[in-house]
Design a protein around this ligand. Structure first.
Ligand code: AMP
Ligand code: GLY
Length: 429
């Protein structure tokens, strides 16, 4: 069959790498893709948010199945338009994608489903929002309702900071229309984990867990990013906790969405906060996490394509996926300056040598190739992934590969996986 993957990041490279290995896939396209993805797929220069362009391409090229990577085209209705054109698609409708597109919608849906989440209020005027903050006290979290490229969440230690966040979102419009409505939320303390399930409209199949590192600096310091690295399994996510999350969070959400007439089809990504007092959901995303997807694809033993098709066809009950027992780690290499303004066009050398090392696969995010010269075009640029017998083993292999890459214009964190490595060291004593 002919498959089209939409997107251009490390997540999409990992998906293409998995899908290209499927015996069911005769021809793989990626729009727009990147320099690394050209190994796995034919890249076509159509932007991930060019909904009309993607639908025409899929029709003209008789694409059998489309896998949508990022959230923005889903929120814009790409999956609806593809299905209306008769093309099977993995990804939720625009209505269902509101679960990521609008935090206010998501929080109301969680409340309706009885799913444990932080206490919250929704506000469309700043005076009421500030009064709520004063009443609740700090620490407290202020979020834009709409998508703000992962930046619309401000964790505030004081009431004054929270009032300033309200002004920045509602008065200064720092995040544009995304801040027309805001959500103010109880601060939850604990350990975060990323939980993924494939959903076919009425049923959910849990995937394995992963943990990412959002802060840019070692020791989880500095500003938040899309994710500087990840590993799987996440030791905090035990089998019992997986069952609890399916029962108290994922299944009730899927049921409510189906009952509301907006069934969810695709991958549901729950950002969890695990604490001594219980596990709550921070947010839903309508896509695979990036970089989490890169470790998930490394650990997947089964063919991914039939599972994605089964989700799109409403037939997940026939499925069970198998995973490698080995651990996987990804270390993100980003351009100097990221997540702020960063330099573009610096040259990267040594990627082939790094990839020649045992158990290493390098996924590309923001790269361009001219002849044999590889240059950086994005903030997050490379995903260096390794498999190992433990997270500690995968970590040491990943950093050996990182050290073989010559890229003065880039940097990475040196402590990805520290929680799991500490746990493994304690267990070995
Ligand atoms: P979100 O985009 O909602 O996942 O928020 C981004 C990050 O902000 C999360 O991964 C958490 O680290 C943090 N965060 C969001 N909401 C809360 C909360 N209610 N309490 C504590 N941390 C939060
Ligand atoms: N790594 C977190 C995300 O993809 O949102």
């Amino acid at each position: 069959m002919k498959v089209l993957v939409v997107g251009s990041g490390g997540r999409e490279h990992a998906l293409c790498w998995s899908i290209a290995a499927s015996p069911l896939c005769d021809k793989l396209y990626c729009a727009p893709g990147n320099a690394g993805i050209t190994r796995e797929a034919e890249c076509v220069p159509i932007g991930a948010e060019d909904v009309a362009g993607l639908v025409s391409f899929a029709k003209e090229n008789a694409i059998d199945f489309v896998v949508v990577g990022p959230e923005a085209p889903l929120v814009m209705g790409l999956a609806d338009d593809l299905r209306a054109a008769g093309i099977k698609t993995f990804g939720p409708s625009a209505a269902a994608a509101q679960i990521e597109g609008s935090k206010a919608y998501m929080k109301d849906l969680l409340t309706k489903s009885g799913v444990p989440t932080a206490a919250y209020g929704r506000f469309t005027d700043s005076a009421t929002a500030k009064a709520y903050i004063t009443e609740q006290g700090a620490p407290i979290v202020v979020k834009t309702d709409g998508l703000a490229a992962g930046k619309g969440v401000i964790l505030c230690d004081t009431v004054d900071e929270a009032h300033a966040a309200v002004d920045s979102m509602m008065t200064d419009k720092t995040f544009g229309d995304a801040g027309n409505e805001i959500v103010i939320e109880e601060f939850l303390d604990g350990e975060e984990a990323s939980f993924f399930a494939l959903v076919d409209g009425t049923r959910a199949l849990p995937l394995i867990s992963a943990q990412d590192h959002k802060a840019v600096g070692d020791g989880d310091t500095g500003p938040n990013t899309g994710g500087m690295g990840a590993y799987s399994p996440a030791p905090v996510m035990t089998g019992a906790l997986t069952e609890e999350v399916m029962e108290t969070i994922i299944n009730p959400t899927v049921k409510t969405m189906a009952d509301m007439g907006t069934p969810y089809v695709g991958v549901l990504f729950a950002g969890l906060m695990i604490s001594k007092t219980g596990t709550k959901i921070l947010e839903y995303n309508v896509r695979f996490g990036d970089p989490e997807c890169q470790v998930l694809m490394r650990r997947l033993k089964s063919d991914i394509l039939p599972a994605l098709i089964a989700a799109a066809d409403g037939q997940l009950d026939r499925f069970n996926l198998r995973w490698h027992d080995d651990a996987a780690m990804i270390v993100v290499m980003a351009a100097n300056g990221y997540p702020g303004a960063y330099e573009k066009g610096s040259e990267i050398k040594g990627v082939n040598a790094a990839e020649g090392q045992d158990d290493i696969v390098i996924f590309h995010a923001g790269t361009k190739k001219d002849g044999e010269t590889l240059t950086a075009t994005g903030g997050r640029v490379l995903g260096v992934t390794a498999m190992g017998t433990s997270v500690t083993d995968a970590q040491s292999k990943a950093y050996n590969a990182v050290d073989a890459i010559e890229w003065p214009g880039g940097f990475c964190r040196r402590d990805i996986g520290w929680r799991a490595v500490e746990r493994e060291a304690k267990a070995a004593k």
